[in-house]
Ligand binder design. Sequence first.
Ligand SMILES: Cc1cc2nc3c(=O)[nH]c(=O)nc-3n(C[C@H](O)[C@H](O)[C@H](O)COP(=O)(O)O)c2cc1C
Length: 211
Amino acid sequence: MNNQLIDALQWRYATKKYDSSFQLDPKDKETLEQVLQLTPSSYGLQPLHYIWLEDKALLEKTKALAWNQHQIIDAAAVLVLCTKTELTPAYLDAHADLMRDTRGMQEEQIKGFRAHLHASVGSKPAEQIQLWNDKQAYIALGQLLTACAMLQLDATPMEGFDPIALDELLQLKEEGLHSVLICTIGQRAADDHYQHLQKVRHPKNSLFTTR
Ligand SMILES: Cc1cc2nc3c(=O)[nH]c(=O)nc-3n(C[C@H](O)[C@H](O)[C@H](O)COP(=O)(O)O)c2cc1C
């Protein structure tokens, strides 16, 4: 398992050119959705929403506001990772309710957590909530990239797009959402020379210390 994991992470790279004839197996798509569903988040609040972009016109428009990155057209799947723009008291309550009901708890057992959520999350200014929510999307992205590598699917994480323009295109504001990341998924083109490049990483002795 250890070698399998490292081999998969060595194999993966931020794919620049996809084989546009490759289709995503529905079973793999289902697995990736489960992976994203299982992503951890602060307090388990899951302030996330994922959009599979499939409409050709939307894909073309998205490419135009993403530095014309061709992966958006050629990849088998394009996922937009979005976060909630706010965490309302009703949302916090719904989360506490879900936890209570999922775990068969009494209200008495959840009320401390519920109060803590309201006090801690409810007191954060809007910009801080947005930033906090966006961080959760990066956790999901990391998990997604590793899962793709394990499934021998190529992927490209993308911040290189205009999120305000994409929010407008997908009318996300109206749904209380905001786009944070795009991830394209598919199979590398045989002539994508990036697949042959050495990984550029700091040595482990500069990354880790023990105290
Ligand atoms: C958050 C994030 C945003 C990125 N945005 C882009 C992007 O818009 N376009 C792109 O081609 N690569 C993008 N990358 C890929 C990085 O450049 C790449 O992961 C890094 O150079 C390391 O190379 P490797 O992933 O091939 O090992 C992004 C990576 C991350 C983690």
